[in-house]
Design a protein around this ligand. Structure first.
Ligand code: URA
Length: 210
């Protein structure tokens, strides 16, 4: 993955995303579509997994067939909305190890603070995919990646559903080595830090909270 930002401009992804953006879409439909989109995004973000071959027998003959090299994967959910992307990804990659990063924003300093951090062992040997549906200011995403690097991660990718230009720029400045995969790059952030046109608060929409 050589580009810093990859937009998955696939008809199915874009169609599902449009339904998710609509304000009348129910929690149940939103959740189901997020699950489906995460499968499609997972397909893109894992496109560089290393391959090898193994000798197999088909009913007709022997062949050297492609297979995953067995490199370890870690999916890291940035709480709480990251969990919505995680479920679908685990369907596609059931053997992946899973970690969680919990951050809250200090209302005085506006800086992200860690309240939970639990990640798989041997992070340095894994392809690490951090997931959070909304890349808005990029402050918490950059902080989460800092923590993953401190824990040893060397090969990190960031997967989101929607990105704002401000968040992409912040990540590029802080972590130019971390490619971002997203379904769409929206216009801007509003004064409250929401992505515009966006889809609202992703956590609230997937969990039915307000
Ligand atoms: N987080 C969200 O859930 N939505 C936004 O628009 C921005 C950040």
């Amino acid at each position: 993955m050589h580009d810093h930002l990859t937009i998955v401009d696939h008809p199915l992804v874009q169609h599902k995303l449009t339904i998710m953006r609509e304000k009348e879409t129910s929690t149940a439909v939103f959740r189901q579509l997020l699950r489906e989109i995460s499968l499609l995004l997972a397909y893109e973000v894992t496109s560089e997994l290393e391959m090898t071959t193994k000798r197999i027998e088909t009913p007709l003959t022997e062949m050297d067939a492609p297979t995953l090299k067995g490199r370890k994967l870690a999916l890291i959910s940035i709480l709480r909305a990251g969990n919505g992307l995680l479920d679908g990804m685990l369907e596609l990659i059931p053997s992946a190890r899973v970690g969680f990063v919990g951050l809250y924003r200090d209302e005085q300093t506006l800086k992200p603070h860690k309240y939970y951090f639990k990640v798989p062992e041997q992070l340095d040997e894994r392809m690490v995919i951090a997931v959070d549906p909304m890349l808005a200011t990029g402050n918490s995403s950059a902080a989460a990646v800092d923590m993953l690097k401190e824990a040893g991660a060397k090969d990190i990718r960031f997967l989101c559903l929607l990105a704002a230009p401000e968040g992409v720029a912040r990540m590029k400045e802080a972590h130019p080595d971390v490619p971002i995969v997203t379904a769409a790059l929206d216009e801007k952030l509003n004064e409250l830090g929401y992505i515009m046109p966006g889809l609202g608060d992703a956590g609230d929409r997937m969990f039915g909270t307000k």
